[in-house]
Design a protein around this ligand. Structure first.
Ligand code: NAI
Ligand code: MG
Length: 358
């Protein structure tokens, strides 16, 4: 049975990098005999909105529910439509309605990519960040009183549920157990946040009893961010609440290079709903239409898709193809964000060519 992939390029450079993501997936799946089925959709974009007055068709949930995965480019054109309309009207609906409660990002140093941590070698940094994606600090519960006066009060609650926290911890422990180092680091702040964070720690301790072979540690979020920069080699799988995970999942990839290469997955692990794979970057209106966007974030997101659905050899090969091309540091091939003069097409073709050479 083929893996069904809904292709949603979206706006701006999403449309420019998507063909290379799809092309790489097609090439690698042919090599490894993985049947993939692609169908492309024009919704979740500003042009679709201009035509139909909404970001999505009315039956979008039924349509997308028939797929295993959504391969997503980027959405948003802030000069034409506010982000509240574009992002809240599409991507954020997918995440919420499809209960994608895991946000997963790799943090991996790649040869040839300039990193602020220049003294590190590839292999030194290679870990995963698992973020809780549905509850925690980003709750809708709170309010304001005495607005505009000297007595003004604002508050917003953190909501953690046993169901919500245990399921993200289980995912993170499973991931750690599947890796050679079998190490899990929990982000906490139980020395400052006196109810939710000590409770989070207790859920981690309880989950750890089911994974005796996983080595567990925890750091307060402040020192943890310092360790991301100073000792990134100590991490294997890092798990955090919605807010802490949000911060770490931008910091980690930033430490390993340009935003143009970073991928991200929003996962519903049970497969009850489709999971979504996307580059971390947005639609980049400043460079859209110029043909110079880095396609690696999009291609790497496709690599995560293969890995998520258990095609680990194909995923490893696709990662190798990207790393081989970037590792050659050919300025004619690398895009401008990586210090080169290459175009989306030149870099995309180089990675496709690398796969064909396997
Ligand atoms: P952005 O990620 O689109 O761009 C930030 C900067 O990074 C820009 O200078 C851009 O040129 C550069 N950049 C991004 N991706 C690149 C690539 N592949 N190659 C080379 N350079 C790249 O973030 P920005 O400008 O804040 O947002 C633009 C629009 O995208 C907004 O409407 C925003 O809401 C939306 N957005 C959508 C996301 C999504 O669909 N998941 C994620 C982030 C932003
Ligand atoms: Mg963020």
């Amino acid at each position: 049975k083929p893996l069904k992939i809904a292709v949603v390029p979206g706006d701006g450079i999403g449309v420019e990098v998507m063909p290379w993501g799809v092309q790489c997936l097609k090439e690698i799946s042919e090599l490894y005999n993985i049947p993939l089925y692609f169908e492309e959709f024009d919704f979740a974009s500003v042009p679709f909105y201009k035509k139909h007055g909404d970001m999505l068709p009315r039956d979008w949930k039924t349509t997308l529910s028939q797929f295993d995965a959504i391969y997503f480019g980027a959405v948003g054109m802030p000069d034409e439509l506010p982000d509240e309309v574009t992002l809240w009207g599409s991507l954020l609906k997918f995440r919420r309605e499809f209960d994608q409660y895991i946000n997963l990002r790799p943090c991996r140093l790649i040869a040839g990519v300039k990193s602020p941590l220049a003294d590190r070698k590839p292999g030194d940094i290679d870990f995963w960040i698992v973020r809780e994606n549905t509850e925690g600090e980003y709750s809708q519960i709170g309010g304001k009183m005495f607005e505009g006066t000297d007595r003004e009060i604002v508050m917003q609650e953190t909501v953690m549920t046993r169901f919500g926290v245990d399921r993200v911890l289980k995912y993170a422990f499973d991931l750690a157990q599947s890796r050679p180092r079998k190490k899990l680091t929990s982000a906490t702040k139980s020395n400052g946040i006196s109810t939710t964070m000590p409770w989070w720690d207790s859920r981690v301790r309880e989950m750890a009893t089911k994974y005796p072979d996983v080595n567990v540690d925890k750091y307060h979020i402040d020192i943890l961010t310092a360790h991301f920069v100073q000792k990134p080699n100590i991490f294997d799988v890092v798990v955090g609440s919605n807010l802490f995970g949000d911060i770490l999942s931008d910091l980690g990839p930033a430490c390993t290079g340009t935003i143009g290469i970073a991928p991200s997955a929003n996962i519903n692990p049970e497969g009850k709903f489709p999971s979504l794979f996307e580059p971390v970057h947005g639609s980049a209106p400043d460079i859209a239409g110029k043909g110079i966007a880095n396609p690696v974030g999009m291609i790497w997101a496709g690599q995560m898709l293969l890995h998520h659905f258990g095609h680990t050899s194909a995923a490893a090969a696709l990662l190798q193809a990207m790393e081989n091309v970037l590792g050659r540091s050919d300025p004619g091939v690398l895009t401008a964000d990586m210090g080169g003069k290459g175009t989306t097409k030149i870099l995309g073709e180089a990675i496709v060519g690398e796969i064909r050479g396997f």
